[in-house]
Design a binder for this molecule. Structure first.
Ligand code: F6R
Length: 614
């Protein structure tokens, strides 16, 4: 979603801002813009519909000088993607330029009030209303910018991360946040602003994450100052970021998505490091150990998440119920938050989110916490909003995920959920030593088996050519592989724009079987497990109706492989860990089909990496 970058220091701001916007491109956007106060003290604002490269083109012959600036990539919410709706928005006085992520919910009321005062609006955005409101308060009260921002934000209902500069004061940027992330990087006599840490890492590793209703004053030559709405100065917590630049670059791969698929064995190794102790027949997620009484005695677990993270949650349910015998329900965060859910003391809510910023998941967490539930977060982005609003949790430690389609985060989430279930089962005593030993040994072998699964890449690339022009796909799986079928279908939809549906295989005869004909590719996840015979029947049913079966089977399979049209063989593992392998060929297939179709794999249309609006 929208991205914010800002710079104040002694270097040329423009190249830093453009590079920062490019680092944020992965979030998804439709227009871009920049505001700079030039060396000759002009406020220069440039905006384009489309890509950051377009912004570079239109500014080639323009004055982009200046050591203070703010820049933005917009993902349209209020008003279509267009140059006029792009940020920064400039106030009626022509002095203030503002960029904003989030949604001002009462913008209509504020707009009417401003119109009565004579303000007119060029764009359809809520952001323009915000800059005019600040302008009005500043000009009518003859106030300084900080006071005007503080007073304006008191009138605002909604979510925002904003940065504003004043042409009359080329030494200051003011930023503020509520329910939308904002990070400030602190360098030597310079500041960097960004909506996540990725644009900042190459300049400094010292950052401050703003909290809700924080207003920060960045002033040239002075230390960072943060105040609340009443202008009371707040203590700063300067943190060190652990990201490195290599993690943010493609490292020779044509797309981030492919890089992220291929690095999964290493990511899973990192995720397990220090947690899995096969030699001691033990697995330790410290958050579980620290809160074991609360967790063991939970009435039930409620997993809340969206999209791919929700699919991981479905696997989590099976893992926790299987090993811990605690009832688990899995909810879409967006439904949960508006369903007046029965949730309260004694419930443990597990919030799963790669970005840690998904608006619906965050709101669901807040609702559950207010009703007395204990909140456990499973996130990737360190320091993001969800981990900061939970009681405890575990990071998945798979490194930054840049490709919009989630891949390594999914396998990281499943890995953490498996470790969570096993740690809890160990402290609860609901798993035997021998069962634990078997699964831990398999767990340790997963990264190597993932490497074998990745060796199917060339076969899948060839297969993808055959199916590039398919109009529909069905994905079937059962048990632990049912959520993998959903995830495979989602991956294909997202990046190749082919319609795809995932089903529990046995549900097929309750409706979807009507779709099967010679045109319909059906991906069946049929590895060797307790449901293999059932899947065999499902494959026979599809073949009887002339569907084209792509079967994901275990090495050495000699039954389904004989009936299916195409077979992809994977190493065998224990059933609960199977998703960590079966997901890989489905990710690769979505990737290669999208490449064959010439689609923008890393930034698919209409999608955002971090969905910070509901
Ligand atoms: C799919 C995908 C999305 C996200 C969803 C939740 O590839 O990336 O479905 O899984 O938007 O995002 P997080 O996990 O950041 O809360």
């Amino acid at each position: 979603m929208c991205g914010i970058v800002g710079y104040l220091g002694s270097r040329d701001a423009f190249p830093i801002l453009i590079k920062g916007l490019k680092r944020l491109e992965y979030r998804g956007y439709d227009s871009a813009g920049v505001a700079l106060i030039s060396q000759t003290n002009h406020l220069n604002v440039y905006k384009v519909k489309g890509k950051v490269s377009g912004l570079e083109q239109v500014t080639e012959r323009e004055d982009t000088s200046g050591t203070i600036g703010i820049a933005h990539t917009r993902w349209a919410t209020h008003g279509e993607p267009s140059q006029v709706n792009a940020h920064p928005h400039v106030s009626a006085s022509g002095q203030l330029a503002l960029i904003h992520n989030g949604i001002i919910e009462n913008y209509n009321v504020l707009k009417e009030k401003l119109e009565k005062k004579g303000y007119t609006f060029k764009s359809s955005t809520d952001t323009e209303v915000l800059v005019q409101l600040i302008d009005y308060i500043k000009e009518s009260g003859k106030l300084d910018l900080l006071t005007a921002v503080r007073l304006a934000l008191r009138e605002v209902i909604g979510a925002y991360a904003l940065a504003i500069l004043d042409h009359n004061d080329p030494d200051q940027i003011i930023v503020a946040r509520k329910s939308s992330p904002l990070v400030i990087g602190i360098g030597e006599n310079e500041f960097f602003i960004a909506s996540d840490a990725t644009p900042i890492v190459e300049f400094t590793d010292k950052v401050v994450y703003l909290e809700d209703e924080d207003i920060a004053i960045l002033r040239r030559g002075e230390p960072l100052k943060v105040v609340d709405f009443s202008n009371v100065e707040l203590n700063l917590e300067v943190q060190t970021i652990e990201l490195n630049l290599g993690q943010l670059e493609k490292g020779g791969y044509p797309h981030f998505m492919l890089k992220e698929i291929v690095e999964q064995p290493d990511c899973i190794q990192d995720c397990m490091r220090g947690r899995l102790h096969v030699e001691d027949n033990n697995v330790i997620l410290s958050a579980i150990i620290d809160h074991k009484e609360k967790l063991i005695h939970a009435k039930r677990f409620i997993i809340i998440a969206c999209g791919t993270s929700w699919h991981a949650g479905l696997i989590g349910r099976q893992l926790i119920e299987n090993y811990c015998r605690i009832p688990v329900q899995v909810e879409y965060a967006s439904e949960f938050r508006y369903s007046n859910p029965v949730v309260g003391e004694g419930d443990v809510v597990i919030a799963i989110s790669q970005s840690g910023e998904t608006a619906d998941t965050l709101a669901a967490v807040e609702l559950a916490r207010n009703r007395g539930a204990f909140i456990y977060g499973i996130c990737n982005a360190v320091g993001s909003s969800i981990p900061r609003s939970t009681d405890t949790g575990s990071y998945i430690h798979v490194g930054p995920e840049i490709g919009v389609a989630s891949t390594k985060a999914f396998t990281g989430q499943v890995t953490v959920l498996a470790m969570l279930a096993l740690t809890l089962a160990t402290v609860k005593g609901s798993i035997s030593e021998s069962e634990l030993k078997e699964i831990l040994e398999e767990f340790q072998a997963i990264p190597e088996k993932m490497k074998k699964a990745l060796e199917t890449n060339d076969q899948i690339a060839s297969l993808s050519k055959i199916f590039t022009y398919a109009r529909n796909f069905i994905y079937l799986g059962r048990g632990y592989n049912y959520p993998v079928a959903l995830e495979g279908a989602l991956k294909l939809k997202e990046i190749s724009y082919i319609h795809a549906e995932g089903y529990p295989a046995a549900e097929m005869k309750h409706g979807p079987i009507a779709l099967i004909d010679t045109e319909m590719p059906v991906v069946v996840i049929a590895t060797q497990n307790s449901l293999y015979e059932k899947l065999l029947s499902n494959v026979q049913e599809i073949k009887a109706r002339k569907g084209r079966v792509i079967a994901i089977v275990s090495e050495g399979d000699d039954t389904i492989s004989k009936i299916a049209d195409y077979c992809i063989e994977l190493p065998k593992t224990v059933e609960p860990l199977d998703p960590l392998l079966t997901t890989i060929p489905l990710q690769l297939m979505a990737y290669h089909i999208a490449v064959c179709k010439g689609k923008d794999v890393d930034q698919p249309r209409n999608l955002a990496k971090s969905v910070t609006v509901e």
